[in-house]
Design a protein around this ligand. Structure first.
Ligand code: RUQ
Ligand code: CUA
Length: 625
C-alpha cells in the first residue's frame, strides 16, 4: 500500500519479532504487570499487523497529511498518516511564540483585538469537488474565517467578524469549486448585531443568519458575498452539495422550538428539527440582482420576500452533522439521540419542491414532507453525529453514545461492521472522505475523551485520535494518538497533492524594508520615528547595536537572508514582550514605543549554528536629557 514500506523491511521484521515476543510476554504476565505496562491491543486487531501498518521507518514519509482543528486553542495541527506523528502547528487565531505569530506587525494586525479563536472545521479548497491542495480555510466561533496558504502553511487572511453572524460554528465549508466558504449562526440574536431585544421575544425578534464568503479563485482572498435571514434556530453544521446536488448547501439546525433557557430540556420537545436546504446559486443571483435589505451594513436576503431559495427538511430531533454522499445524491443527517440516521434523496427533495409537497412553513420558509424526501433510515446505532465516505458506496458514521464507528452501504443501507472507539467519538475523518472521490485506506476517530489510555498527565487530559484501517471489509483499530484540545473536525489529504516551499525565494521578497546586504543594514531616523533594518544570517545580526531615544517609535525590520532549508532565525527582545521568527528569505517587522529606558539584549531564538548562542545584540534606549 505504501511505497516507503518496501524500504526498511529488515527493520520492520526485526521490530515485528520484538512486538510478537513482547505481546506474548505481556499477555502472559498482564494480571500482575505494573500499571504502565497494560496488556496491549485491548480493542485492537493483531498488534503485529497494527505495528507494521502504522510504522513509518526513520527517514520515510507518511502517505497523507491530516489537518486537525485545535478547537479553542485557536490553532490547526498537522499530522502524518499513518504514523499519527504531529508534524506542525499552524497558528491561526492565537499568538504562537514558537513561530513569533501574533508578535510581528502583520500577524498582530491580522489578529486584531481578539487573541483567541475556536476552530472547529478545517476546509480544504476544492476543484470539481476534490481537494486541490491550494488553501485551507478554518472557522472561528467569533464570526471569522481564516485562510491558510498550503504553499507555506501560513495564515494569510482572517476575515471578519462578519456582521450579523453570531457563533460561527457551521463553517468554513467550501463549495465544490471553492466559490464560497459558508458560515451560519449557532446562536440567534437580534440583528443587526448590537441591537437588543428581551429574551421573551426570542421566537420573533431573534434571527439566524447564513453567510456566504466569496473566495477569489486566483488569490484565495475572501470578501463578503451575501447573507440570508433565517428563523431563530441554532445552525450547527453544514455541507455543500456536489455532483447531483451541486449548487445547494445543507445546514442542520436544532431548537425548532425557538426555546430559551435550559435548551437541554426546552429545545428537545418536538420530534423533529430541520436541515435547511439552500439553493446558493439562486441566492447568488438574487444578491446580484440587488435583492435584499441593508442590515448591519450588508445586504441580507429575506426568504419571505425572495421565495424559492430556502427549504426545510425535517430531520430527527437535535441533529448535528450533515454530510453529502460523494455523488451528491444523498444527504445524511439524524437526530443525535437517535439510533438511526436518515438518507435523504436529493432528487426527491427536488420533486417535493416542484410538487409543493409541503407540510407547513417557518417564517414563510416551506417545510418539506419527511416521508416524501427520505430514502432510508439506517440503523447505525446510538448517537449518530457525522458521516464520512469511502470508495464503493461505503459510509462511516460516528456514534457518540455507543462510542463506536458504524460502517454501512449507500443504496442497500445495510450496516456491515462496527468498531469501538475510546472514548466518545465526535467527528471522524477518512482519507479524502468528504470529496467526490474518497480514497478509503485510513479513517481517524476524533474522540472527546482519552481517560486511562496514556501516561497520566494530571487533570488536564489530552483528547484521543484513533487510527482505523479501512482497506478491508472489516475495520481494524490500529493506533492511539493524543492531541491538544479540542479535536473537532479534521481532513486528510494525499501528501503528493501538496508541494510546500521551504525557503522564500529572494526574488519574491518585495518587502519595502528588506535588506539583503549587511552594507545596507542600519538605523535611520525621521523625527521620533526610528527604523532599524537588520540582516540576520548565521550567526550574526547586523547591526549588533541599535540606539534610540526613550519615547521613539521604533520599527525593527529583520530580513533573514538565508536561502537554505531549515535555517530560521529568531529575534527576541527581552523586557519588551517581543519575539519573532524569520524564515529563510523572509522580512518581518515589529513596531513599538521605546518607553522603557535602559539596555535590552536581543538574541536569536532558533538554534541555527554552532555559534547560534553568539547571535545577539543590544537595543540601547537613552533617557531624555
Ligand atoms: S462539532 S462532534 Cu463543533 Cu463539528 Cu461535531
Ligand atoms: Cu540564528 Cu540562532
Amino acid at each position: 500500500m505504501n511505497k516507503q514500506k518496501q524500504r526498511g523491511t529488515w527493520f520492520v521484521w526485526g521490530l515485528l519479532a520484538l512486538v510478537i515476543t513482547l505481546g506474548a510476554f505481556l499477555g502472559r504476565c498482564a494480571p500482575g504487570a505494573p500499571r504502565g505496562a497494560k496488556q496491549r491491543g485491548g480493542a485492537t486487531s493483531d498488534v503485529a499487523v497494527a505495528a507494521q501498518k502504522t510504522y513509518v521507518a526513520p527517514g520515510d514519509l507518511d502517505e497523507y497529511y491530516m489537518f486537525a482543528s485545535g478547537g479553542h486553542s485557536g490553532q490547526v495541527y498537522v499530522y502524518g498518516i499513518p504514523s499519527m506523528r504531529h508534524l506542525s502547528t499552524i497558528p491561526v487565531y492565537t499568538p504562537y511564540p514558537a513561530t513569533g505569530y501574533g508578535f510581528d506587525d502583520d500577524s498582530r494586525a491580522m489578529l486584531g483585538s481578539l487573541t483567541w479563536g475556536d476552530v472547529h472545521h478545517p476546509s480544504l479548497s476544492e476543484t470539481n469537488g476534490d481537494y486541490d491542495g491550494r488553501w485551507l480555510f478554518a472557522n472561528d466561533m467569533n464570526g471569522r474565517v481564516a485562510r491558510i496558504d498550503l504553499r507555506d502553511f501560513k495564515t494569510k487572511q482572517i476575515f471578519g467578524p462578519v456582521p450579523n453572524v453570531s457563533g460561527n460554528h457551521a463553517s468554513a465549508f467550501v463549495t465544490p469549486n471553492t466559490e464560497y466558504s459558508m458560515m451560519a449562526s449557532r446562536f440567534s440574536i437580534p440583528i443587526p448585531k448590537g441591537s437588543v431585544a428581551p429574551i421573551d421575544k426570542y421566537a420573533t425578534d431573534y434571527k439566524g443568519v447564513v453567510a456566504a464568503i466569496k473566495i477569489d479563485p486566483k488569490t484565495g482572498g475572501m470578501s463578503l458575498g451575501w447573507e440570508i435571514l433565517m428563523p431563530p434556530f441554532d445552525y450547527d453544521l453544514g455541507d455543500a452539495g456536489k455532483g447531483a446536488s451541486d449548487g445547494w448547501m445543507f445546514w442542520t439546525s436544532y431548537n425548532a422550538e425557538r426555546a430559551t433557557g435550559a435548551l437541554e430540556v426546552t429545545s428537545t420537545q418536538r420530534d423533529r428539527d430541520y436541515i435547511a436546504a439552500i439553493d446558493w446559486r439562486a441566492a447568488e443571483k438574487a444578491a446580484a440582482e440587488g435583492k435584499g435589505d441593508l442590515v448591519g451594513g450588508v445586504k441580507v436576503i429575506d426568504p419571505r420576500k425572495v421565495p424559492g431559495l430556502v427549504y426545510l427538511m425535517p430531520c430527527g430531533k437535535s441533529p448535528h452533522g450533515v454530510d453529502v454522499s460523494p455523488d451528491g445524491k444523498w444527504i445524511i443527517g439524524s437526530g443525535k439521540l437517535q439510533g438511526v440516521t436518515t438518507a435523504f434523496n436529493f432528487e426527491k427533495v427536488q420533486t417535493a419542491i416542484r410538487n409543493q409537497d409541503f407540510t407547513g412553513d417557518e417564517d414563510g420558509i416551506p417545510v418539506l414532507k419527511y416521508e416524501s424526501i427520505k430514502d432510508a433510515e439506517v440503523p447505525v446505532g446510538l448517537g449518530p453525529l457525522h458521516t464520512q465516505f469511502g470508495p464503493n458506496g461505503d459510509a462511516y458514521t460516528s456514534l457518540f453514545v455507543d462510542s463506536a464507528i458504524a460502517k454501512w452501504k449507500l443504496g442497500t443501507w445495510e450496516v456491515v461492521d462496527k468498531v469501538p472507539m475510546s472514548y466518545s467519538i465526535g467527528h471522524l475523518t477518512a482519507a479524502e472522505g468528504d470529496t467526490v472521490s474518497p480514497d478509503g485506506n485510513w479513517l481517524v476517530g476524533l474522540n472527546k475523551l482519552s481517560h486511562g489510555r496514556h501516561l497520566s498527565v494530571g487533570p488536564s487530559q489530552p483528547e484521543s485520535s484513533q487510527l482505523v484501517d479501512i482497506t478491508e471489509e472489516k475495520m481494524k483499530l490500529l493506533y492511539d494518538a493524543f492531541t491538544e484540545p479540542e479535536p473537532h473536525y479534521a481532513q486528510i489529504i494525499k501528501a503528493d497533492k501538496l508541494h510546500p516551499i521551504e525557503v522564500y525565494p529572494k526574488e519574491e521578497n518585495r518587502h519595502p524594508l528588506a535588506v539583503w546586504d549587511v552594507k545596507d543594514a542600519g538605523v535611520t531616523r525621521q523625527g521620533n520615528k526610528v527604523t532599524a533594518r537588520v540582516v540576520a544570517v548565521r550567526s550574526t545580526f547586523t547591526p549588533t547595536a541599535i540606539e534610540v531615544n526613550q519615547g521613539d517609535l521604533v520599527t525593527i525590520a529583520v530580513t533573514n537572508i538565508e536561502q537554505t532549508t531549515d535555517e530560521l532565525h529568531g529575534f527576541a527582545l527581552l523586557d519588551y514582550n517581543l519575539n519573532i521568527v524569520i524564515d529563510p528569505g523572509e522580512t518581518k517587522t515589529i513596531t513599538f514605543k521605546a518607553d522603557k529606558k535602559g539596555v535590552f539584549p536581543y538574541y536569536c531564538t532558533n538554534f541555527c549554528s554552532a555559534l547560534h548562542q553568539e547571535m545577539q545584540g543590544y537595543l540601547i534606549v537613552k533617557g531624555r536629557g
